[in-house]
Design a protein around this ligand. Structure first.
Ligand code: PEP
Length: 249
């Protein structure tokens, strides 16, 4: 039985004080038994957030990390630093990072491997652009990105990885994939994992849908056979909306 996971991606939003106030509002509410709840915040907020969620079921995630442990990489943050803070998750290969910061399948793979060195669970994003969808390439794009990200992981590590299927045209646009379409792609990604490893690994690995998920549509996705939660941007920024997302899962 896969435990659903709702992860809020705060992107480049919220000050430290706003993050702590958010946690104080959602405490005890965005904590539903049987659902994992994760807040992925800017680096600057992570220490305060880790402190604020103590004693709750809410976990904290980062939105990126470098694959090296340390070195001359100005402006970067490593897995060992995130682990030091008590961070449990890291989003890797988000489409905004692929688009604006030259993230590739190769760097996503290096980061995914590195995350496991520090006991941090990667949430690896895959998904097609609008023109790829229109050209009928959705599954192929997701296959290549999934294979690229998981390269070199053991079956045990792959089983612990979270994949977020995020069609790029649906992110922050208000246009969401239908639950049936998202489920079809996600079931296909699970088949890809099965072909790379085995059925047990594919059945254990959690795959979220992301792209304009809101409190009023989250349960449609959650009712699908292969969708194990959501990675949510805009609708994760307000406490009431985040609580509704976790409850809806
Ligand atoms: C995201 O940032 O991963 C995302 C899915 O954003 P939104 O929910 O705003 O579409």
């Amino acid at each position: 039985m896969r435990k659903p996971i709702i992860a809020g991606n705060w992107k480049m939003f919220k000050t430290i004080a706003e993050s702590v106030a958010f946690v104080n509002e959602v405490k005890g509410k965005a904590e539903v038994s049987g659902v994992e709840s994760v807040l992925c915040a800017p680096y600057t907020n992570l220490p305060a957030l880790v402190e604020a969620v103590k004693g709750t079921e809410i976990k904290v995630g980062a939105q990126n990390m470098h694959w090296e442990e340390n070195g001359a990489f100005t402006g970067e943050i490593s897995g060992v630093m995130l682990k030091d803070l008590g961070v449990h998750y890291v989003i890797l290969g988000h489409s905004e990072r692929r688009q604006y910061f030259a993230e590739t399948d190769e760097t996503v793979n290096k980061k995914t491997l590195a995350a496991f060195n520090y006991g941090i669970t990667p949430i690896v994003c895959v998904g097609e652009k609008l023109e790829e969808r229109e050209a009928g390439q959705t599954k192929e794009v997701c296959r290549v990105q999934t294979e690229g990200a998981l390269k070199g992981l053991s079956a045990e590590q792959a089983a612990q990885t979270v994949i977020a299927y995020e069609p790029i045209w649906a992110i922050g646009t208000g246009k969401s994939s239908t639950a049936d379409d998202a489920n079809e792609v996600i079931a296909y990604i699970r088949e890809v994992v099965k072909s790379l490893y085995n059925e047990q690994t594919a059945e254990a690995l959690r795959i979220q849908y992301g792209g304009s998920v809101k409190p009023n549509n989250v349960s449609e996705y959650m009712q699908q056979s292969d969708i194990d939660g959501a990675l949510v941007g805009g609708a994760s920024l307000e406490p009431a909306s985040y609580i509704a997302l976790v409850e809806g899962a």
